[in-house]
Every structure is written in C-alpha cells, then in structure tokens.
Design a protein around this ligand. Structure first.
Ligand SMILES: [Zn+2]
Length: 354
C-alpha cells in the first residue's frame, strides 16, 4: 500500500534539456497513468526534437522515485533461493559438456574435461542456443573469456544472471540502489552486491572488464554521468552491455501509449538506438555492436492489449498470448531478421579502447 499512500505526495521537476543529447527542443508524446502498479496521477512524456529520445517531463524528483516502486517489485523475490549456489549440474555429465562448449566458443579453460565432451563441445560451440545453454542462459555478449574476468552487473534484480555470470567464470559483483534488493541478489547469486548508484559507489577506476545493465538505463535519473562513470570503471578494452526497451519498436508504433516499453512513471528516459550510440560515442566508447530483439514482442503485445481495454495491474504474465499476439511476434521477428530495427528490446555492446 506504500504506493497509494506515498504517491499522493509525489513531487515533480521540469527537465531542462534532453537527458541524452541536451537539446531543449521537444514536443509532447503522450500522457499516461501507471497501468502496472497504479501510482496515482498522470505522467507526461515528450520526444526530443534533436535525437528522438522519449523522456518523462516534468519528472518525478529523485528523492521520490523510490515511492513509484511497490514493495513487492520483482527485485525482491529471489529465484529458487532454496537451491544450492553451485551450478545445478555440477556432478552431472552435462557440466563437462558445458565447459567444453565454452572452451571452444569463449576460450575458457577445459582442464580435466575428457575427449568425449570435447568432441561434442567443439561441434555445439557453433550454435548460439547451445552456447547460451552452456553458459546457463548467458548470451554471447556476456561470455567470459580466458583473459580479464571482472564484471559488474548494475541492477541485478533477483540475482539470477549474476549467479550465471559467476558460474561461467566471471568474478561478478552487483550494484543496486535498494538495500533490500541488493541483499536478495547477494543471497541468490553468491556474489557481493554493493548498495549504491554508478555515480555514488566507491568502486575503483579500471576495475572491470564487463559492465552489464539489463532494463536499468531507462530508470536512471543521471544517465550521462552514469555512462561516464561506466567508462572510467572499465579497464582498457573492456565492454559495456546495455539492454533496454526500444522506443521505436513495432509494438510501440501499434500500441502507442499502451506499450509496455514506457512503464510510467518508472521509465525516465528511453533513447532510440541511434541516440544511445551517439551518446556512448561522445562518452568515449569507440566500437559498437547493436541489434534489436523481437523475443518479447508477443508478450508485450498481450499486456498492451489489456491496458488498452482498461484492465490494469499485474497478473497478465501467466495468461497465454492470443493468436494475434503470436502472429505479431512472428511478424516482428521476420522484420528484425531482415534487418529492420523494430524489435522490442535494444541491445548494445560498446567497447572502451585498448
Ligand atoms: Zn535528445
């Protein structure tokens, strides 16, 4: 009930310029209530006239942002916390097969792995789904290698990815603004999770080879300083991987203000792919790999349809996508495969120069 009580006294401030490119040109985008958690009120979003970033303006003040998150926000629920902190198959034949696949795909050690798993591992390493399986769900951009292996996950949620990162060889550390979420992630992952923000934490410069942020960037009230801190925290040759909702996805074009991508008032800034790459480039990153993913298209459309029909709140997660949702998902996937950047998620890897 924190939200209902607290949100009635939310304070707002005018955002002077675009949080991404600093242009003061903008036009109204939409006004929307909080469909997900029911924070009372209407929230205004604008589009930057220069870089097309969509951002909240006026924006909830920094001190009140915490009031927009319910106490059962997903970060507070640990994933299968009862299970061991070791990989689930540590005593199983699949453990060695996974190590062999990673050896051939990522260059990590396969000391002690016999020739049979090595043989299959060499073959399987060519296939992305097998590589993801071998890394306990971790995709190519987050693969560990035999070289530098210190990684920071900002906003590790319930700690599941952080745990997988540790299992595949990263010395993984988490960072979360919320002390409760941090301790949940720490217990679930077996990694240290510090409490703080990128700009406030006391981590030393050049102390990471990878920084990962999944669905965090759009919540940051201090995007530019946070990215500047990222590049300082990275060792030479290190990389930053960001994943966040695409403000120019096909779902957004069709669902408009009902799109899940906005999540008012929690999403503060949602830059298009071009704008985030320009900002990362200006921050000092010098090489990029970019893509969008249509993996969430059907699920996002399913929820947006509920919002459009006037149904709010959580609880749609377990309902099945309709035939229309599935067709939409396939259609978006085909467009993405053909090279269109309309997937629901933006995924960027940016390297710091060596
Ligand atoms: Zn802009």
């Amino acid at each position: 009930m924190k939200i209902q009580e607290a949100a009635s006294r939310l304070r707002f401030e005018e955002v002077e310029c675009c949080p991404v490119c600093e242009s003061s040109q903008r036009s109204p985008k939409f006004v929307s209530p909080d469909y997900l958690h029911g924070v009372p009120g209407e929230f205004q979003y604008v589009t930057c006239g220069a870089c097309s970033t969509v951002y909240q303006n006026p924006r909830v003040v920094l001190a009140d942002l915490g009031l927009c998150y319910p106490s059962d926000y997903f970060t507070h629920v640990a994933p299968d916390a009862s299970t061991s902190l070791d990989p689930p198959d540590v005593n199983n034949w699949t453990y060695d097969l996974r190590r062999a696949v990673r050896h051939f795909a990522d260059g990590t050690s396969a000391a002690g792995v016999s020739w049979v798993p090595r043989l299959f591992g060499r073959l399987l390493a060519h296939f992305p789904p097998a590589r993801k399986w071998a890394r306990y769900g971790v995709r190519d951009p987050l693969a560990a290698s035999g070289e530098g292996n210190r990684c920071l996950e900002v906003g590790p949620g319930a700690g599941k990815t952080l745990r997988s990162l540790r299992w595949i060889g990263w010395q993984a550390v988490g960072l979360d603004l919320d002390p409760h979420a941090a301790s949940t992630a720490e217990r679930a992952s077996g990694c240290t999770v510090k409490v703080g923000t990128l700009t406030s934490t006391d981590l030393p410069d050049e102390s990471f080879d990878l920084i990962f942020m999944s669905h965090v960037l759009e919540h940051l009230p201090d995007l530019r300083p946070a990215l500047q801190r990222c590049i300082r925290l990275l060792a030479p040759g290190g990389r930053l991987v960001v994943v966040y909702p695409n403000p120019e996805s096909l779902g957004v074009q069709w669902q408009e203000k009902f799109a899940v991508n906005w999540d008012p008032p929690r999403h503060l800034v949602v830059p298009p792919l071009k704008a985030i790459v320009a900002l990362l480039n200006a921050t000092g990153f010098d090489r990029f790999e970019t893509r969008t993913s249509a993996g969430s298209a059907a699920g996002y459309r399913k929820i947006a349809r509920q919002y459009r029909a006037g149904r709010t709140g959580k609880g749609f997660e377990n309902t099945k996508p309709s035939l229309g949702d599935r067709i939409f998902g396939v259609y978006e996937s085909v467009l993405v495969m053909l090279g269109s950047r309309v997937g629901e998620e933006i995924r960027v890897t940016a390297w710091k120069a060596k």
